[in-house]
Ligand binder design. Structure first.
Ligand code: ZN
Length: 293
C-alpha cells in the first residue's frame, strides 16, 4: 500500500501524489455503500495497479471538510481583497473571515493593488491593517508588481493546504502565476461569478507550491452562513468572543439586550463600530433565513 494525497478529482478518477509519483486512482466500490466520497485534500492509502494507476482503499480521518468547494483538510486560507477595482469592502472581508472562523480555518488577509491608490487612501489602509491586526489577523498590503510578497507567500504555503479566496478581479490568479510562472492560470477565467461557477465547484484542483497545496477558489457556500445559529455568530468575531461571558443574559445576541458587554465595548471604542455593524447585518441574515427541515 502507498500513502498519498488527492490533488484532483474528475468524474470518479482521483489524481494522487505520493513518494512513488503521481497515480490516477479509482475509489473502492465499498466507499459508495459507506457513503464515503474521496475529496481533494484527502490523505489516502492506495494499491498500485501499474506505474501510474491504482485503487484507493482507505480515506484517512479528515481534519475538516468544506462542502463548496469540496476540499478536505484545509488548514489555512488567504483572503485576497483589493484596495481598488473592485473597491475594498469591510462587509465582504468580514464575511470571508467569519465563514473561515466557523470552519476553524486560519485566515491571512492580503490586500492587493496598493500601488494603484493615492496617499490619502493608503493611510486608510494602514489604519485598517492596524485595526485588524489588533483583532488578531495578520494583514499584508501588497503591490502585485513588486517582488517582496512572493517569498512571504511561498513560505506561508509550505506544508499546508491553503485555500486562496476572494472576489474576482482582486489578483488571485496573477499572484499564483507570479509565484510559479509554470502554472499559467488564465487570469479571470476561474471566477467569473462569485462562488457560483459550475466549473469551479465540480472541478477542484490543488496546486503544489513549496511542499504545500493551494486551491484557487472564488468563494464558499458558507458565505451565506447556513450552518451558523444566531447565538453562535459572536463566537466567530474574535474580539467579541472573550466578552460573551460578561453579558448579563446567557445567549445574549448583543443586539437589543440590556447590560451587554459587547455593546459596551463598542461604545467605549474597544470594538470597531464597522465590525459591530457587520455583525448586526449577518445576525439579521441568519435570523431571517428560512428554517431548514
Ligand atoms: Zn451581549
Amino acid at each position: 500500500m502507498v500513502e498519498g494525497t488527492i490533488i484532483k478529482s474528475l468524474s470518479g478518477f482521483y489524481t494522487v501524489t505520493s513518494d512513488e509519483g503521481i497515480f490516477i486512482c479509482k475509489g473502492r466500490g465499498v466507499f459508495r455503500n459507506q457513503k464515503i466520497t474521496p475529496l481533494v485534500g484527502d490523505e489516502v492509502l492506495f494499491n498500485k495497479i501499474d506505474d501510474d494507476s491504482g485503487y484507493i482503499i482507505e480515506v484517512k480521518q479528515r481534519e475538516n471538510e468544506l462542502i463548496r468547494p469540496p476540499i478536505a483538510n484545509v488548514s489555512q486560507a488567504v483572503v485576497v481583497m483589493s484596495a481598488i477595482e473592485p473597491a475594498f469592502s469591510h462587509l465582504l472581508l468580514d464575511r470571508f473571515l467569519i465563514s473561515l472562523e466557523s470552519e476553524k480555518i486560519k485566515p491571512l488577509i492580503v490586500i492587493t493593488k496598493m500601488d494603484l491608490i493615492d496617499a490619502q487612501l493608503m493611510d486608510e489602509f494602514y489604519t485598517y491593517q492596524q485595526q485588524y491586526e489588533a483583532i488578531g489577523y495578520y494583514v499584508k498590503l501588497v503591490s502585485l508588481k513588486d517582488e517582496q510578497w512572493i517569498p512571504f507567500l511561498k513560505e506561508y504555503f509550505k506544508e499546508e493546504i491553503t485555500v486562496l479566496t476572494g472576489q474576482s478581479g482582486v489578483g488571485k490568479s496573477t499572484m499564483l502565476n507570479r509565484i510559479n510562472p509554470d502554472l499559467a492560470i488564465k487570469t479571470g477565467e476561474i471566477s467569473s461569478s462569485l462562488g457560483r461557477g459550475k466549473h469551479t465547484t465540480r472541478h477542484v484542483e490543488l496546486i503544489e507550491i513549496n511542499e504545500g497545496y493551494v486551491a484557487d477558489t472564488p468563494g464558499f457556500s458558507s458565505l451565506e452562513f447556513t450552518k451558523i445559529e444566531p447565538e453562535q455568530l459572536s463566537q466567530y468575531f474574535r474580539e467579541m468572543k472573550e466578552l460573551i461571558p460578561y453579558c448579563k443574559f446567557r445567549g445574549c445576541l448583543h443586539d437589543k439586550e440590556p447590560k451587554c458587554a459587547v455593546k459596551k465595548a463598542v461604545e467605549d471604542g474597544e470594538i470597531l463600530s464597522s465590525r459591530y455593524k457587520n455583525y448586526l447585518t449577518f445576525l439579521q441574515e441568519i435570523q431571517s433565513r428560512k428554517p431548514r427541515y
